[in-house]
Design a protein around this ligand. Structure first.
Ligand code: SF4
Length: 373
């Protein structure tokens, strides 16, 4: 069948023509609907030789696992996430902490609180701390640099990842000079018209692109990504995303399903699906074998086995939450987010069990990108 052949071609060549990517993604979507997630989970944990090797969807996930294991073996990297501010000056139409959401209860963490979370994370075995927040002007460059330096002084063997949105190149350079190692900035969509559908006129696709190229030029390990099933997204948009990422060469790709938030203009939109996200994860793994690919919290939110299935589809990173318990439920980019009540230690150990349940192993390590370019 055509889909089988395309999976093998992607496995070998790490790329397809636009038309073949379309045929592959759409063909797999049809087929995967026939399997229940629980059944899929059981089938993927079995030996590929005995678990219906004739089914293209299983062939896809097994090939994706082979690719990830050829680079990262059975290792899964932990990132300790500190959501340090839910204040944002922007108004992305899909986001629960957008400036225009008067229902959001806002908070900011002090440097001392952030360092205490990082310290707790270190003792729990995290060697990457991710500082994530809205675009909050309260934290100027000097404050961000001071916080990054503070974490590095406490724990020199920890990587620091920033995820604080669009800035000018001088700011990115200052954070890098202060010790930041990585930067996550989802591109959201490679199609300019689609970008305009998701963002107000005050935001520009050109500037988002420029930020990503600036970050790469400075020397960060750079992460981009998009929501699967975002309002207005088509298969052609996804193919444009793949081409954009082939050009940018990110070290990380963050993809999770779109989940609507009740207090946003996208409240009535249909959520992205578990299956579409899993297919995209596997296609990403085979297209970019060395990329760091998280099984996201959003994936765990749309299905209880979402993160386990994400790992079985080629993901190799998980990001448990280290934010203080009393602010967790205020950092709601979308509805129904899981883990808002768990303590950091609970999240960490629960994650270790989930990872072990699919035959992988959490590593106490910075978990850097492995590759040449
Ligand atoms: S997606 Fe990011 S930039 Fe946009 S409103 Fe939400 S936090 Fe702000």
């Amino acid at each position: 069948m055509k889909t089988d052949r395309l999976i093998e071609e992607l496995y070998r060549e790490h790329t397809l023509s636009d038309e073949d990517y379309r045929l592959l993604i759409e063909g797999l979507r049809q087929e995967i609907r026939e399997i229940d997630p629980g059944e899929l989970y059981q089938l993927l944990r079995k030996d590929p030789e005995t678990s219906h090797p004739d089914r293209p969807i299983l062939q896809l996930f097994h090939r994706a696992q082979q690719v990830r294991e050829s680079v990262y073996q059975k290792e899964v990297y932990l990132r300790g996430l500190i959501e340090f501010t839910n204040v944002c000056k922007n108004n992305c139409y899909y986001c629960g902490i957008r400036a225009g959401n008067a229902q959001a209860e806002r908070y900011r963490l002090s440097k001392e609180q952030i360092l205490a979370c990082a310290d707790q994370g270190y003792h729990l075995g995290f060697r990457t701390i991710v500082l994530q927040g809205g675009e909050d002007p309260y934290y100027d460059d000097a404050m961000i640099c001071d916080i990054v330096r503070g974490i590095k002084q406490q724990h020199a063997d920890c990587a620091v990842t920033l995820s604080i949105g669009e800035k000018e190149k001088e700011s990115y350079q200052a954070y890098y000079d202060a010790g930041a190692d990585r930067y996550l900035l989802r591109h959201e969509t490679a199609n300019e018209q689609h970008y305009k559908q998701l963002h107000p006129d005050s935001m520009s696709w050109q500037h988002r692109r420029k930020c990503l190229y600036d970050l790469k030029e400075i020397g960060y390990q750079v992460g981009c990504g998009m929501m699967v099933g975002s309002p207005g997204q088509t298969t052609d948009h996804l193919i444009e995303d793949i081409r954009f990422m082939q050009e940018l060469g990110p070290h990380m790709i963050g993809i999770g399903p779109f989940i609507p938030h009740k207090d946003t203009p996208c409240r009535e939109e249909k959520p992205g699906t578990l299956y579409d996200t899993l297919i995209l994860l596997a296609v990403m793994r085979m297209t970019y074998p060395r990329v760091l690919l998280p099984a996201t919290t959003a994936l765990g939110t749309i299905h209880p086995l979402g993160r386990e299935l994400g790992l079985l589809a080629g993901a190799n990173v998980v990001m448990p939450n280290l934010s203080p318990g009393d602010v967790r439920e205020k950092y709601l980019l979308y509805d129904g987010k899981i883990c808002t009540g768990d303590e950091a230690a609970e999240c960490r150990h629960g994650m270790e069990r989930r990872v072990a349940s699919v035959g992988y192993q959490v590593l106490v390590s910075r978990g850097d990108w492995r590759g040449q370019s």
